[in-house]
Ligand binder design. Structure first.
Ligand code: SF4
Length: 349
């Protein structure tokens, strides 16, 4: 593969051979002044992921061979930063961002007639792609493995064209499957163990990015729910929120109740997403899909939090207190408003 392709897709096997050929090694990447641009771009990759769930592109066509090498090495450096920080939310977001970039770049290559390159990339992601006069195809098993979490009915196997065990996919859909394949690979590879001397070298970069990560998280933490006041939450929602933030998985009914409750109080999907980021099974794209479904952004139906009777049926009415027992409270949102009213009245008195 040529150096532009390897710099564009630095996870390919040929990338390490290129690095070796050009005399790049780990020590140079970590220490040498000649590699400062690779380290800087590596930091940018992680920051891009954090800020926009995407990794920005740089122009590679006009770059020389060494500049392409730096771009390739920046991916290695970014992975080391993510591993040093070792935060579930960041790791997931980085995996998503690199895979979104892959999708975009493959789409561009396809539009320029680069089908063979897309097939080579697919094969390295364990997708057995083939080219036919009709277009690109992949085994239906690969299709199912990597598209299962895309919930739109267009992606159901029955709604695709299958020939002899292979699924025909239009170019953008084909690239979208490869996006998921890379995301899964990065999810499973990261974070990796860093030798102490490598960890020490990347620590300054990791610390700077950690600070931005913590700042982003704290903006939406239980103490900082914006206009929403956690002290006014009923016991059920306080428990669900605390469990999420302590890294416990919530039952489906609990996720639904908490998401709809927070949405009904005015929190945005992005704010709610961050609250769920500590769950052990956190998957950003899947969680955002579920949130947008509940908030009506994708479903067209805006759901309201369940009333107390339903919460009790699902076993998620945790430790109801005295206010829960009052005649007026039959819904967590009523509890929230009633408590706000009582607190205001107390303050006046
Ligand atoms: S009674 Fe209602 S508001 Fe109180 S904890 Fe149970 S479900 Fe929540």
């Amino acid at each position: 593969m040529d150096s532009v392709t390897l710099a564009s897709f630095p996870f390919l096997n040929g990338a390490s051979a290129m690095a070796e050929r050009l005399g790049a090694d780990l020590e140079s990447l970590l220490q040498s002044a000649a590699y400062e641009d690779a380290r800087s771009r590596g930091r940018q990759r992680v920051l891009d992921a954090l800020r926009q769930s995407d990794v920005s592109d740089i122009s590679l066509q006009a770059a020389n061979e060494f500049e392409r090498l730096l771009e390739m090495m920046s991916y290695t450096y970014a992975r080391m930063i993510v591993s040093a920080i070792d935060d579930r939310f960041l790791t997931k977001r980085y995996a998503l961002a690199e895979s979104v970039r892959l999708d975009r770049n493959l789409g561009h290559i396809l539009s320029q007639g680069g089908e063979e390159t897309v097939i080579s990339v697919a094969r390295e992601l364990n997708v057995s792609a083939v080219s036919t006069p009709k277009g690109l195809m992949m085994p239906f098993t690969d299709f199912l493995r990597f598209s299962a979490r895309i919930k739109s009915t267009d992606w159901k196997l029955v709604n695709t064209e299958v020939f002899d065990g292979y699924v025909y996919l239009p170019g953008p859909s084909f690239c979208r499957v490869l996006q998921n394949a890379l995301q899964d690979r990065l999810d499973s590879e990261l974070p990796f163990d860093l030798p102490p001397e490598v960890e020490a070298s990347v620590r300054p970069s990791a610390t700077t990015i950690s600070e931005e990560l913590e700042e982003l998280k704290s903006r939406y933490s239980a103490e900082g729910l914006g206009e929403v006041t956690a002290d006014l939450f009923p016991p059920c929602m306080r428990t669900l929120l605390a469990n999420t933030q302590n890294g416990m998985n919530l039952p489906h009914s609990g996720r639904f109740a908490l998401t709809s409750f927070l949405h009904n109080l005015g929190m945005s999907s992005e704010e709610i997403l961050l609250l769920f980021s500590e769950s052990p099974d956190f998957d950003e794209s899947k969680t955002l899909y579920q949130i947008r479904h509940i908030t009506g952004e994708s479903s067209g139906t805006e759901y309201t939090a369940p009333e107390c009777a339903t919460m009790k049926t699902h076993g998620i009415c945790y430790e109801p207190d005295k206010l829960c027992g009052s005649e007026k409270v039959n819904h967590p949102l009523v509890y929230y408003r009633r408590k706000a009213y009582l607190e205001r009245r107390n303050q006046k008195d």
